[in-house]
Design a binder for this molecule. Structure first.
Ligand SMILES: [Zn+2]
Ligand SMILES: [Zn+2]
Ligand SMILES: [Zn+2]
Ligand SMILES: [Zn+2]
Length: 421
């Protein structure tokens, strides 16, 4: 019903004459809802990170499409899906409306805007699956001023966290000195640290010169930086497979074997006969689907539970408490291989298992998963603004639909891939 309204009236090419293409910064700041949300992705140089899984299903599934701008002069932008890739028809979604319209138009050599396009070409509005997870960059950072060129002849000085080039601990740096450090910022930092370590930060800041006090407050090194990754399917699968390999080792050193996957809720009620969701020996799923089953949301046909499946395992060493090692049990050194759409995650190294509860408070509070639902949720108004078109849904809404009064119709989403059993 909603979508035909879009198709027939509101997206006619005449309406698009005044289409505004926003610059990337505008879009990203809106998409990321401010500074609290910043993404990170592994680069070609390996970096230590700690992954922090979401509660329930470890990865947050979401859908979006990369929309190139016409003419290709500017970079394109991401448009997020609201309808859970069609699984939630109750959530109106401009991305899907336009994808359908664009796909149909491309059959006859047009795009949805009415511009000519290669006949039968693939629509770029096709929503792809993405997987979010919280990441703590597991290294030191300095808080330093950086000069930003505003592009209009003026500059702005902004404080930024910059990765320290020396991975020795504060204690080691104090002990060894910083004569051989690659990190210029550490040289100054160590001078302050020596003084601070004698009298404590607060009293140092009070007694030090204005300049040093300021430095100690602002330029200190800090360990750990909370970010998030939102991974495309190829990258995600390579990470999940690395995690799979890792989880074949028991913490006791033995080998872990999967017995079967059961419903965690039914298991609590009836430990001796829980609902079996997937048995690798009898399943009709493909080997690829079996290997990622642990990382996806499933639905229990008995009790209706939706979430991660419970994996029953045994340990070949018969240790009595088989516990598979997980991707997030220890810092891992991640590297990206490949370019553009064919990047893979490479788990280069892993550290010893850590206990988050025993970390210092300042670091522990960074090891908390982000609320992806809150960050990635979008409204049709936001979708329309990115596309530079009027929002057909808010224009025709009733007060009943818009219970919040803010133009949003609350989606009832659970955004994970499901394997119905
Ligand atoms: Zn959608
Ligand atoms: Zn440094
Ligand atoms: Zn159940
Ligand atoms: Zn074991």
């Amino acid at each position: 019903m909603g979508s035909s309204r879009v198709m027939d009236t509101d997206l006619g090419s005449n309406d698009l004459a005044g289409m505004v293409i926003r610059n990337r910064q505008d879009r990203d700041s809106r998409y990321n809802k401010g500074q609290a949300w910043q993404s990170w992705s592994a680069g070609p140089v390996p970096e230590w990170v700690l992954l922090v899984p979401c509660e329930g299903v470890p990865f947050y599934t979401n859908y979006k499409a990369y929309i190139p701008t016409p003419g290709g002069k500017r970079k394109g932008f991401y448009l997020a899906c609201r309808c859970e890739n069609g699984r939630n028809p109750g959530a109106p979604c401009l991305l899907h409306d336009i994808w359908r319209k664009d796909s149909a138009a491309r059959q006859v050599g047009r795009d949805w805007r009415g511009n000519s396009a290669k006949p039968k070409s693939k629509s770029p509005y096709f929503p792809r699956e993405y997987y979010g997870i919280t990441v703590v960059r597991w290294s030191y950072f300095h808080y330093v001023p950086e000069v930003e060129d505003q592009g209009d002849g003026t500059i702005k000085i902004a404080m930024r966290w910059q990765q320290c080039k020396d991975d020795r601990s504060d204690a080691e740096l104090l002990e060894d000195g910083v004569d051989d450090t690659d990190c210029q910022l550490c040289t100054e930092n160590a001078r302050i640290m020596r003084a601070v370590s004698r009298v404590g930060l607060e009293s140092y800041c009070r007694s030090a010169s204005e300049r040093d006090g300021q430095w100690a407050r602002e330029h200190r090194r800090d360990f750990g930086m909370r970010r998030y990754m939102n991974m495309g399917p190829g990258y995600f699968d390579s990470l999940v497979n690395a995690g799979r390999e890792l989880s074949r080792k028991c913490r006791c050193g033995g080998e872990i074997k999967t017995v079967r996957y059961v419903c965690p809720v039914c298991r609590k009620k009836k430990p001796e006969a829980p609902t079996v969701l997937m048995d690798p020996r009898t399943t009709t799923l493909s080997p690829d689907e079996v290997s990622v089953y642990w990382s996806r949301e499933v639905k229990c046909p008995t009790c209706g539970y939706r979430g991660a499946p419970y994996e029953e395992v045994r340990c070949t060493a018969k240790c009595g408490r088989p516990s598979p090692r997980r991707l997030w049990d220890q810092p891992i050194k991640l590297q990206k291989q490949g370019e553009d759409t064919t990047t893979l995650a490479v788990l280069e190294k892993m550290a010893d298992i850590i206990d988050i509860e025993k970390l210092p408070d300042s670091l522990k509070k960074k090891c908390v998963p982000y609320n992806f639902e809150e960050m990635l949720s979008t409204t049709t108004a936001e979708q329309a603004e990115l596309l530079g078109i009027p929002d057909p849904y808010t224009a025709g809404r009733t007060d009943e639909e818009d219970a919040n009064g803010d133009g949003t119709v609350k989606p009832t989403m659970s955004r994970s891939t499901r394997y119905e059993t």
